[in-house]
Write a protein that binds this ligand. Sequence first.
Ligand code: BGC
Length: 242
Amino acid sequence: MDVLGIDIGGSGIKGTIVNLKTGEFVSDRYRIETPQPATPELIATSIHAVAKHFNWKDKIGCGFPAVIQNGVIKTASNIDNSCIGVNANKLFSKKTGCKVKVYNDADVAGYAELKFGKVKDFNGLTIFLTIGTGIGTALFYQGQLIPNTEFGHVFMNNKLIAEHYASDAIRKKEDLSWKAWGKRFNEYLEYLEKLINPELIILGGGTSKKFEKFSAQINIKTPIEPAQLLNNAGIIGAALLA
Ligand code: BGC
């Protein structure tokens, strides 16, 4: 079976038709700019545009950068505040005429990585991190996803929210060298280690492609791996979970 997977990010909305058995793309990737301000109505219009591009009438899965409970958006750290309280499943389904299911973006990307990435079928406690504008987290145990963990919002020792200290956006904003940022990121990983004692950490998001630039600063006990599916994980996972 094929499902249209859509990844809603801060700068772009990307969609592809995914084969659920293999996790492979069965169409090209279509990308449009994320509307600004990213209000729920405008995002719904963009999703409709992606569905129309593929002439899609079937199921759609979306990854969204917020806590999502039963399709309802509960938080808005890096998106428009008007998203809070909106039933995204309902709104996006109505707009597209398709059955749309929405989940947290890190949860879907981590799910795809565990199904089709190099750690396929690993059963131990695993934390998947996406490092971009924010820090997204997904927790897995014995292949089960524990959704909406939001460990990117824990307070670090210096009383800063982790994603305001160690995200990729902060690296760029503060013009940190990879070495300086890598040290900060290592502090965050040490903190996570103490908090949840994972058996494996997987790094996703754009930063995972640059792992070799900061891997020398990473000094933790837990095995850590860059993700294999890279930027495609969000689309594949959204389709799988739908
Ligand atoms: C949001 C998370 C999201 C992460 C990555 C954070 O700011 O709170 O829900 O997964 O950014 O997009």
